[in-house]
Structures are given as C-alpha cells and as structure tokens.
Design a protein around this ligand. Sequence first.
Ligand SMILES: [Mn+2]
Length: 317
Amino acid sequence: MIWNELRDIIDSNQTFVISSHVSLDGDSIGSQLAFYWYLTSIGKTVHIFTHDPVPVKFGFLENAGMIKQEKPSCGFDVLVVLDCSNPHRLGWDEYKECAKLIVDIDHHRDNTRFGNINIIDTKAAATGEIIYRFFTECGIDYPAFVAESLYMAIMSDTGGFRFSNTGSSVLRACAELSERGAQCSTIYDRVYSSRSRNALILQSKIWSTLKYYCNDRVSVMEMPLSLLDELGAHYSDSEGMADHTITAEGIKVGIMAKYSPQETHFSLRSRGAVDVGKVAQQIPGGGGHSGAAGCTVALPYDQALKHILSIIEKELD
Ligand SMILES: [Mn+2]
C-alpha cells in the first residue's frame, strides 16, 4: 500500500523540508501544517519553507509562524511537496539539490509526478483530504489544532462546501474533523468574514470592472496590480473575487484578471460547461482543475484578454 511506502521513507530519514506552491491558499497552508505536526510528533527535524508568506487571515492557525520564506539550503533528507502540481510552482529552482528524496502529495490532475514517491489523488477535493485519509487509515491520532488545519484545507478548496467537489466523503471527513475539535464557524469567519477595510474597498473597485463577453457567456473582472499600492491593499485581499465571476445566470466561464504592464494573470472559473483546466493548459505554465484554473500570459492586459477569450470561445462552441 502507498502509505507503507510513505511511512518507510519517513521512518528511515531524519531531516525534512515541507513546501507548497506560490501564493499560498488554505489547502496549501492547512496541509503543510498538518504534515509538519505529524513529522515533528514522531521526532523528526522539520522546516517549512515557502516562496510566499502566509496571508494574514490564515495566521491564527497553530504553527502558522513556522512557515518561513527562506530558500532551503542543501543537505536535507526529504523534501515534501504538498498541493503543488509541478516543481516550478514552488517558486525556487534549487529544489532538486536541497534533499535526497522528494515526496509529492497532491490532488491536481496536471501533477507532473516529479517526486520519488507520488501520492496523487485527483478525486480528492483537497490535498488536506489526502492527508486526512493518511492519518485515518494509518490510525494516527491527532490533536484539535491539526483537525482545524485539515478542516481549513478542505473548506478552502471546496469554496466553503459550495463547489462540485463537495461530496459525501468530504462531508464525512469534515464531520470527523469537527468531532476532533475543529471550530467550523470560527474558521469560516476567519477566512470569509474578516476582511480589512481596504480589502473591501479594493473589492468594490474590482466589482465595478465587471463586463460580459462572448454573447454574455463569459464574465470578466480585472485588477491592475498598481491598484494595491494606491489603496494600501494586499494581493491576498483580492482572493475569492474569481469565485464571484461565475455566479451570474447563463455565465459559462468567469475570469478574474490581475495584471502588470508586462503580463496578465487569469484565474478561470466554470460550473461544468467548459473545462477551464484545459483552457489554462493551452498557456505555457497554466493548469488546474476543470472548475478552477489559472495561467499567466506574458502580454499586456488588452492583448492577453483577447488571447484567452479566443481560446474560451473555441471551447464554448
Ligand atoms: Mn489544493
């Protein structure tokens, strides 16, 4: 069984680095913290190094302060990469030199299987759900704050249990996490109802850019990155706006665009009519799930938007 292989690697090594993708989200943070707890609880030496910092709203999670923005030096036994479809998304190129072995645990279907062991379950709603199963199936008993991290991971990647990946296995897992002490409404409030005042002003500006394209089947909202400085807002304050793009009737694809003068990042959303993961994959470096995906086009916004709309138009027909 795959868990035996994983446990063999863990048992026969001592020093670990945990990491995840750039621009951390609830799943990447919750998964890393749960795995960090497990490794430290059995006496391993563990560091968490990520390219980007933990957004403020996730800072309440136990051990969130252990997630450091340092480049790992060499000489670790194992690099554990969680919730990251390919090593470029780590944000640092030296990943291969930093450890003898790579463990890759993920649920993205475009995962490139870059590890020495790859535990990829594309049916899992979150990487946190895979780790929950690891703990459960191996009889690993964990404290309430770890249940909280796992709950956070699953809640985030299901959009607060609204997305189509919210099945019975997700709800059963979360029922147990709740029994183990995860404070569901507190976590929800921290993530979805604790925005700064500047964040709401930023979001109101983003809402005001809403436009419809492709015979009202695609909706687009945009944010120039310069707006952040102007308003004193953080990049993470715009998180969640992509999910709003898909909420209007008749919309098949929602686009949230964030751009600098040189390049444009698109977050894509769909409710099933179009596989936006496939759309994103047509841009180098892009990818994701069928309902939520992302890509970066190395063009100014207007040109980049034309390009992505032309790809989506083909998928709509
Ligand atoms: Mn995830």
